[in-house]
Design a binder for this molecule. Structure first.
Ligand SMILES: [Zn+2]
Length: 327
């Protein structure tokens, strides 16, 4: 073996130990993500764009077993496709594949992207609640299970129509009292991570629809209290919980900025606040992640700020004692 051969072999071995196996397709699994890369943190929304895809009759994305809906990119004058990929707050960090299958008349096209899920450092919140609010008896546990099933069924249907054209808005402007994704220790026991944001606001403050959509479900649940689920189309849902009043009915069309309810403390809540949640094709994402998307601003966004509640009372601004919940 010449010294050059030896040098090359050693170089390859060294490179293989430094670079991911995808660089050496002959020695590892088939390369995935050949069409590009995206990345985002747990609980965030990744904007996926495919500029080279045009005039498809159907486009469908898949990521970790979930559907990713893509639609003609309005910012690009209708050429190319854009989609919102929700990264669930508990998606495994690391590289995962997003596949996109498009049909252009008779011809099918397949795209493969690598999506890097970056670990988010979620806070830990300790909450102290009355014992019977944490430890459910048999009857309450059965009720909770049935309620979860009701929500799952209502949100399972894929809403094909995109009902919104502009960006999302904050439904209530206030102090955030419960943090998205936080690990919750209730009376010393670990519970599910917090799947929304809690916005502290005085009782009766207007709650606005975050975007155009249709009211899919109105509930009065053991934990969520009086709540509204709005279907925005293409797998996007917004949720508004613990309301004192609900001003819409199932099936109603709502507009961004429309007052749909009032802040309350119904269900398992330690004080008046809005629990605002968003789901993107089944992924629980931080609702505030929807505010920064590259869509034209909704005129109601300005009103959202004007509708800010008057200053919170000292009790209401206590982040732990008041204005939090426990799902
Ligand atoms: Zn909450």
């Amino acid at each position: 073996m010449s010294s050059l051969d030896r040098f090359l072999i050693i170089s390859v071995v060294l490179l293989a130990s430094v670079f991911p196996v995808e660089l050496f397709p002959n020695t590892g699994p088939m390369p995935r993500g050949g069409d590009g890369q995206f990345s985002g943190k747990q609980g965030q929304v990744v904007v996926v764009t495919i500029p080279e895809l045009r005039e498809a009759t159907s486009v469908k994305g898949r990521f970790l077993g979930r559907t990713v809906t893509l639609f003609p990119n309005p910012a690009a004058g209708g050429t190319g496709y854009i989609g919102l990929l929700g990264i669930d707050l508990q998606d495994e960090p690391g590289a995962h594949e997003l596949t996109v299958d498009a049909q252009l008349g008779e011809q099918g096209r397949h795209f493969s992207y690598q999506v890097l899920v970056v670990k988010e450092k979620f806070a830990v919140e300790h909450l102290k609640l009355p014992k019977d609010k944490v430890d459910l008896d048999e009857k309450a546990a059965a009720r909770w299970k049935a309620e979860q099933e009701q929500v799952r069924k209502a949100l399972a249907e894929e809403s094909a129509m995109r009902l919104w054209q502009t960006g999302f808005i904050e439904p209530v402007h206030g102090k955030r009292t419960g943090i998205f994704g936080s690990v919750r220790i209730m009376n010393g026991q670990p519970r599910n991570p917090h799947n929304g944001e809690d916005i502290g606001a005085p009782m009766g403050t207007d709650v606005m629809a975050s975007n155009d959509g249709v009211v899919r479900l109105v509930v009065d649940h053991i934990f969520s209290g009086r709540g509204i689920f709005v279907d925005h189309g293409l797998g996007l849902y917004s949720m508004y919980f613990h309301l004192s009043d609900v001003l819409v009915n199932e099936g109603d069309l709502v507009k961004a900025g429309q007052v749909i309810g009032k802040v309350g403390a119904t269900g398992r809540a330690t004080g008046p606040h809005l629990h605002w949640g968003m789901k993107v094709n089944g992924a629980r994402v931080n609702p505030y992640a929807l505010l920064g998307l590259p869509f034209p601003q909704n005129p109601a966004a300005a009103r959202s700020l004007v509708a800010a509640p008057s200053r919170l009372s000292p009790a209401e601004s206590n982040p732990i004692a008041v204005g939090s919940d426990t799902r």
